[in-house]
Design a protein around this ligand. Structure first.
Ligand code: ZN
Length: 264
């Protein structure tokens, strides 16, 4: 089994708000949600602290084989919440939050969990399974369908609501809204766990498909994959300047873990 990973901030002036951890049997990637106003979140610690603290708690808890990833995430949310409930206003609508993607190997089984827009991609030989939670994007599209492009505040008002989308924030029940599943490791060739900043070559630019992404990670490694993403973002930003298209941030924090199983 080969395990490699890389993470890179999208900005040289803001802390990397992704968290990544990888061992021979566990991959965890969190992506701290960018607040609308960094000075108005109700939290004195910040998004990078939130992602780091929640990620570390999740890694620790996921060491208990008998406990499901969703239960581990729920308990990690409680621990992280309790670590700053005394100092911060966790009822603030823009309190720190994170997307979560995790995969854990136990014996001949791999469990995965995806909450909000990160990805787990499994190469099972003839088939590539892509696990992505599209609910935040669906909220945005639903609001746009009724007229003008929705504001960030309109989308955010659907956070952690039954008709909206779910992220890890202060409510442990959001862990049970994650997409979870399991596959047998027999026949599993490759695995990718990534924040959305590291899936743009596939889902934003369409440069390669998911199998092509796994090929690139296997052949050239995660660092080269993120460098290729940055190059595509720079080229797109130049095109944007001339056509006045808008695609949000030029660069996003990008993190990716790659597992190559011994059969590959
Ligand atoms: Zn705080």
């Amino acid at each position: 089994m080969r395990v490699t990973f890389a993470t890179e901030p999208g900005s040289s002036t803001i802390d990397n708000e992704d968290f990544v951890s990888a061992t021979a049997d566990l991959a965890v990637v969190l992506d701290g949600v960018t607040p609308m106003n960094r000075d108005d979140t109700g939290c004195r610690h910040g998004v990078a602290w939130y992602a780091r603290t929640l990620g570390a708690d999740l890694v620790r808890l996921a060491g208990q084989d008998a406990v499901s990833l969703a239960d581990c995430l729920a308990e990690a949310i409680v621990r992280t919440r309790d670590a700053h409930a005394g100092t911060c206003d966790l009822a603030h609508p823009d309190s720190p939050a994170a997307t979560v993607a995790a995969a854990r190997v136990r014996g001949n089984r791999l469990d995965y969990l995806v909450l909000a827009d990160s990805a787990v991609v499994l190469d099972i030989g003839d088939e590539v399974q892509v696990v992505i939670d599209h609910r935040a994007g669906q909220v945005g599209r639903r609001l746009s369908a009724n007229g003008a492009r929705p504001t960030a505040a309109q989308v955010r008002s659907h956070r952690n609501r039954p008709d909206g989308y779910w992220v890890a924030a202060e409510r442990p029940d959001s862990a049970y809204e994650a997409i979870v599943g399991a596959v047998e490791t027999t026949g599993l060739r490759r695995l990718m766990v990534a924040s959305d900043g590291a899936t743009r070559l596939v889902d934003t630019f369409g440069t390669v498909d998911w199998r092509g992404a796994l090929d690139a990670l296997q052949d050239s490694g995660p660092r080269a994959w993120i460098e290729a993403t940055r190059a595509a973002e720079r080229a797109d930003a130049e095109a944007d300047a001339s056509t006045r298209r808008v695609r949000g941030k030029v660069h996003d924090d990008a993190s990716v873990v790659f597992f190559g199983f011994s059969s590959s």
